[in-house]
Design a protein around this ligand. Sequence first.
Ligand code: SF4
Length: 419
Amino acid sequence: MYKVSSFVLKIASRCNLNCSYCYMYNMGDSTYMNQPKFMSLDTVKIFAEKLRDYCKKATIEYVQIVFHGGEPLLLQPDYFEDCIAIFKETAPNLEYNFTVQTNGVTLDEKWYKLLQKNDISVGISIDGPKKYHDEYRVFHNGKGSYDKVVEAVKLGKKYNLMGLLLVVNIHIPIEELYSEMKKLGVERLNLLLPDGHYDQAPFGLDENRFDEADYTPYANWFIELYKIWKYDKDRPSIYFFESLIKMVMGEEGLGNQLIGRRTNGVLVLETDGSIEVVDSLRACFEGITRNEINIHSNKLEDLFENDTFQVYYSAHDNVCEQCLNCPVYDICGGGFLGHRYSNENGFDNPTMYCKDMVRLISFIQNDILDSLPENTIKQLDVDILKYENIIKGFSRNNDLKITTETQKKLSSFKKEVIA
Ligand code: SF4
């Protein structure tokens, strides 16, 4: 049976911000318009019952519940207390990790106290210094949200509940970004690559230069950040870098939907009770995550029959032939499924960020090796990764062949097939 232990509850389908790159509202899919604005407690109750039944069957003891949106803090504080009571009463044998992912603009002392009382950790989205943040993360009247978010971040330090989520913007000079994070006293930071695919380039990627062998703007940016971060004795935890370092050093079982070889055991509950695969795939095309499965009439496991779920769950195994033969496949994992999409091949592509990943992973490996004595490197008997050689290797004949079944599955996801 598929093992899903992370559940994203889209408790609000609307948002008080209108971020220009948002996959929910400004990229490819407008189906949120048909959703109720908020998830009812009745839906939460039914979900908790079905969660209990599924976890029992799948022998899952620990679950992560992420309150997400839209903007989840559009709901009232009582709503969160009611939700948690429902989970604990309905499925008391489960161990919970509750998190809320918010844009932070209404996150004040009252909210922090409530979240602390209920042991709910907080992820706040921020996109760097004011000038950059306010370019994208704006209210519906076009006004930037930075000042409000920073208030929430500063307040959050007192409660030690908070980590920051940052969508990478390679136009932000690294020194500026890093000193901003230090100024805010950030202790935990996660980095997200902007959504996009082969037919809708993410911001920061120049489509005209995409085929140039040496064009890796994201890796160049990450490497600069890595260098500053690495030498900072009081550095924040950056999951993206820490996972890459550990994987380069041979640690297994790490990663997420972006990197590594783990399965993606995540499921999304929409405000109307629809059960879906992760909504960031919506940037591919309208309706890609939609199906007929609803918590009010189905079991959680019914999603496991869904093609999109199946391919997403094993996305780091369901990869194109280039990935199968790539020397950094175990670390990159072929990237996030949505970043592989093209109208021509469906998901049968490496990630849009392929060359960036090759450069970044090679850099990290070389950097680690440079810090070791020569003898140790000899004993380790590792292949030293070289960006140019890996890129050249992509045009050679592949030893490992993709199975017809996997290729058929990956390429079946095309806009015209579902639309
Ligand atoms: S670096 Fe490119 S080819 Fe290698 S696994 Fe990642 S996406 Fe695939």
